[in-house]
Design a protein around this ligand. Structure first.
Ligand code: PNS
Length: 167
């Protein structure tokens, strides 16, 4: 790269997002301040049953991030590190809630480092208020008619209730 040329920093925040929670949104907002551009990568995994289809998951995130100009939402399939390279990014962002997340996240970061040493993984600590939140618990609460307000962005509350009712 010529001297004086600033490299555009692109970060990738990958996940299943089935559905997006306030924990995810908090990480998106904070990570968007660390990069010129942040791509939320939504995993297409046909082997895993999800409540929301890939297109629906992408649409929900788009709805909640439309006011953050440097955030884009894209689906990916296959290896995450291949998606990172395809997008000219070099950093994966993951949120860490509790010690229980650490083992899985460490394993994943090390595997990604093993297959692509040039790709870094950085972790943002989840906001304490969201530390108990997970997509699967939100779904469980919604399925049983509990209150999910405050757990997910207001814009997606009704979509989730509608979906669990028709599932
Ligand atoms: O929200 P999740 O389900 O915890 O996200 C997991 C995700 C999508 C980041 C992870 O499953 C992934 O990267 N899958 C793509 C396949 C891959 O790259 N596997 C090798 C590294 S573990």
């Amino acid at each position: 790269m010529p001297m004086g040329t600033k490299k555009t920093r692109i970060g990738i925040y990958p996940g299943s997002f089935d559905p997006l929670t306030n924990g995810h949104l908090d990480i998106i907002i904070r990570a968007s301040r660390l990069f010129d551009s942040l791509i939320v990568g939504v995993l297409r995994n046909d082997a895993k049953k999800t409540l929301f289809s890939m297109e629906e998951r992408v649409a929900l995130i788009n709805k909640c991030t439309k006011d953050i100009p440097n955030v884009k939402v894209e689906m990916f399939e296959g290896l995450l590190v291949d998606f990172v390279k395809k997008k000219n990014a070099d950093t994966i962002v993951r949120g860490l809630r509790a010690v229980s997340d650490y083992e899985y996240e460490l394993q994943m970061a090390m595997m990604n480092k093993h297959i692509s040493p040039e790709v870094e993984t950085i972790f943002l600590m989840t906001d304490i208020n969201n530390s108990f939140l997970s997509s699967s618990m939100v779904k469980d609460v919604a399925v049983h008619g509990g209150n999910i307000q405050g757990l997910v962005p207001d814009a997606v509350v009704d979509d989730i209730y509608k979906k669990v009712k028709n599932d």
